[in-house]
Design a protein around this ligand. Structure first.
Ligand SMILES: NC(=O)c1ccc[n+]([C@@H]2O[C@H](COP(=O)([O-])OP(=O)(O)OC[C@H]3O[C@@H](n4cnc5c(N)ncnc54)[C@H](OP(=O)(O)O)[C@@H]3O)[C@@H](O)[C@H]2O)c1
Length: 262
């Protein structure tokens, strides 16, 4: 049985960037997979233009769509207020920082602006969002089901959707020659460090924090040649997230559950 079933013991999950790609698929699979958490909070910077998400929400009352532009601090704070109203004293159990962009540029075409643009969305925004949601995550953690020592999505967790391309150690040989993407790679390396730093800071609160690579997936970002469908990737990702315990706190995992080198 997939550990994704543990989502049934999770009161609320928030997914950023749920308009399309992996974010939309996570919302879809959580709602329709037979293991729905109490509340699925799907955020999008422009909900009115995301017809598939609207249709899903129409068919599944557990889905709540909230506007969130991850680059806009005011938008982040407004989103926290709306989520607060929704989850009330239960707090937020699982925050999935999924929204991301890929600004493709090699050594010759990269500019400071391209680096900063990618860095802001992929590394700075997840940190600012997690900071803003901390009171809600702490509330959920303090009510934690399995006692003070337990960690996992049934209590409180921050999941950062990272990439294998952010691994410094793996950026050598064939992989390094194929994807010479300075902005994207470095933004995900920074996100990995953000994840690790947050794991240190959030541990006393009992909030699990980790980074996961979803595989190479056929989305707008992954392209049509990617080996995995979004359904396949998300089934594995949700199984890994569902099975997280204290031993996974501060980890960098593949969608298969294996540990990846930093
Ligand atoms: N696909 C892969 O092969 C792959 C591999 C490794 C890691 N990942 C990571 O997985 C995550 C999802 O990737 P994906 O393939 O699903 O990408 P995608 O199809 O390009 O979707 C990206 C999502 O991020 C949202 N987003 C971007 N900037 C935003 C902002 N400022 N505010 C709010 N939302 C924003 C987009 O919203 P809009 O519709 O409004 O633009 C969209 O929902 C990313 O973090 C990516 O780096 C993907």
């Amino acid at each position: 049985m997939s550990a994704a079933m543990n989502f049934r013991n999770c009161g609320s999950v928030l997914v950023t960037g749920a308009s399309r790609g992996l974010g939309l698929q996570m919302v879809d699979s959580l709602a329709t997979g037979g293991f729905s958490p109490g509340k699925i909070i799907a955020t999008s910077r422009n909900p009115a233009s995301t017809q598939k998400l609207q249709e899903l929400a129409d068919n599944h009352p557990c889905i709540h769509i909230i506007t969130l532009d991850v680059l806009d601090q005011e938008s982040i704070e407004k989103c926290v207020e709306e989520v607060d109203q929704l989850v009330q004293e239960e707090g937020l159990n699982c925050l999935i920082n999924n929204a991301g962009i890929n600004v493709v540029a090699d050594f010759h075409t990269v500019t400071a602006e391209k680096m900063i643009e990618n860095f802001h969305t992929n590394a700075v925004a997840p940190l600012m969002i997690t900071k803003a949601f901390l009171p809600l995550l702490k509330r959920a953690a303090s009510r934690g089901a399995g006692g003070a020592g337990s960690m996992g999505i049934q209590r409180a967790a921050v999941i950062n959707m990272t990439s294998l391309l952010g691994s410094v150690e793996l950026n050598w040989g064939e992989r390094a020659n194929t994807f010479k993407w300075y902005p994207y790679r470095t933004s995900k390396t920074a996100l990995n460090m953000v994840s690790r730093c947050m794991a240190v800071d959030l541990e006393p609160e009992g909030i699990l924090c980790m980074a996961i690579h979803p595989g190479w997936v056929r989305t707008d970002m992954g392209g049509s040649e990617a080996p995995l469908s979004s359904e396949e990737s998300v089934a594995s990702v949700l199984s890994v997230i569902g099975g997280l315990t204290e031993k996974d706190h501060g980890s960098f995992l593949n969608y298969t559950g294996e540990t990846l080198p930093w």
